[in-house]
Design a protein around this ligand. Structure first.
Ligand SMILES: Cc1cc2nc3c(=O)[nH]c(=O)nc-3n(C[C@H](O)[C@H](O)[C@H](O)COP(=O)(O)OP(=O)(O)OC[C@H]3O[C@@H](n4cnc5c(N)ncnc54)[C@H](O)[C@@H]3O)c2cc1C
Length: 220
C-alpha cells in the first residue's frame, strides 16, 4: 500500500491526540523523518496472562513499515510473530524545558506511536529486512561482515509493522509559564539534549586494523 492510501497520522479515533492537541502532527514526511532519526523503539506486548511488557528494540524504517528482529527463543517475540496486538513508540528527547514552576517544567520531544499487529517475514523479504536494519543502524557495515548462517537465520524472527495507524506528537519551544509566574526572579529556558557517537574503541584483535572510513563517518 502506498503512503497516499494510508490514513493520515492522528486521523483515526484511536490515534487522535486529545491531550495537548496542538502538539499533534499529521505529516507523513515528518513521521518518516522522526523514525529515521531513531535507533531504538519500544514495543509493547502482553503475555498470556495479560501482563504488559515493553521491549526496547533496534529497528529501521522501510517505506511505510517498521522492521525489527528478535530471537525465536523469546516468548514475547513469538507472540508478536503470532499476531498479538502491539503498540510501538519511538521518542527523541530534544531538551529539558525549565519553567518557573514545577507544574510547567517539561521536555521538548518528537514522538511517534504506532498501533497494529506485526507480520513475520520469511525468505528473501526476511534477508532484505535484516540488511535494511543493519544499514540503518550501522551504514556500510553489512557488506563487511559475515552474513547470517542458516542456523542463525532459523534463530531469528524478523517482524514488520505497517505504519497504518500512527500518531505524532511534537513539543518544542520555550516554557509556557503562567502569567503570574513570568516575572519571578528565576532563570528559565531550554537545555537542548543531543545524541552523538563517541570515538570508536577497537577490541583486542580489531586494533590490528584501521577503523573503516564508514565507521569514522558515523555522526548523529
Ligand atoms: C519525552 C516525553 C516525556 C513526556 N513526559 C510526560 C509526563 O511527564 N507526564 C505526562 O502526563 N505526559 C508526558 N508526556 C506525554 C505523554 O506521552 C502523553 O502524550 C500524555 O500523557 C497524554 O496521554 P493520553 O493517553 O492522555 O493522551 P491522549 O491525547 O488521550 O491520547 C490519544 C492518542 O494520542 C496519541 N498519543 C498520545 N501521546 C502520544 C505521544 N507521546 N506520541 C505520539 N502519539 C501520542 C496516541 O495515538 C493516543 O492513543 C511525555 C511525552 C514524551 C515524548
Amino acid at each position: 500500500m502506498s503512503s497516499a492510501e494510508l490514513p493520515a497520522p492522528g486521523s483515526t479515533d484511536r490515534t487522535r491526540v486529545r491531550r495537548f492537541p496542538d502538539n499533534a502532527r499529521f505529516d507523513r514526511e515528518l513521521l518518516h523523518s522522526i523514525l529515521d532519526d531513531g535507533l531504538l523503539a519500544y514495543v509493547a506486548v502482553t503475555d498470556d496472562e495479560g501482563q504488559p511488557y515493553i521491549l526496547p528494540t533496534a529497528y529501521a524504517r522501510d517505506g511505510d513499515r517498521i522492521l525489527f528482529h528478535g530471537s525465536t527463543g523469546s516468548r514475547l517475540f513469538r507472540r508478536l510473530a503470532d499476531g498479538e496486538r502491539t503498540c510501538l513508540t519511538v521518542t527523541h528527547v530534544d531538551g529539558l524545558v525549565l519553567a518557573r514552576s514545577a507544574f510547567e517544567s517539561s521536555m521538548n520531544y518528537r514522538s511517534v506511536m504506532v498501533l497494529g499487529t506485526c507480520t513475520a517475514l520469511e525468505g528473501d523479504d526476511k534477508a532484505f529486512a535484516l540488511k535494511v536494519i543493519s544499514d540503518h543502524l550501522l551504514p556500510g557495515r553489512w557488506e563487511d561482515i559475515r552474513q547470517p548462517s542458516k542456523k542463525e537465520d532459523a534463530a531469528t524472527i524478523v517482524l514488520a509493522l505497517t505504519l497504518t495507524e500512527v500518531s505524532i506528537k511534537v513539543s518544542a519551544g520555550d516554557p509556557d509559564d503562567a502569567e503570574e509566574d513570568v516575572d519571578r526572579p528565576i532563570w528559565a529556558g531550554q537545555v537542548p539534549i543531543t545524541e552523538s557517537f563517541g570515538t570508536p574503541i577497537p577490541d583486542e584483535k580489531g586494533a590490528a586494523f584501521p577503523v573503516p572510513a564508514y565507521v569514522q563517518g558515523w555522526t548523529r
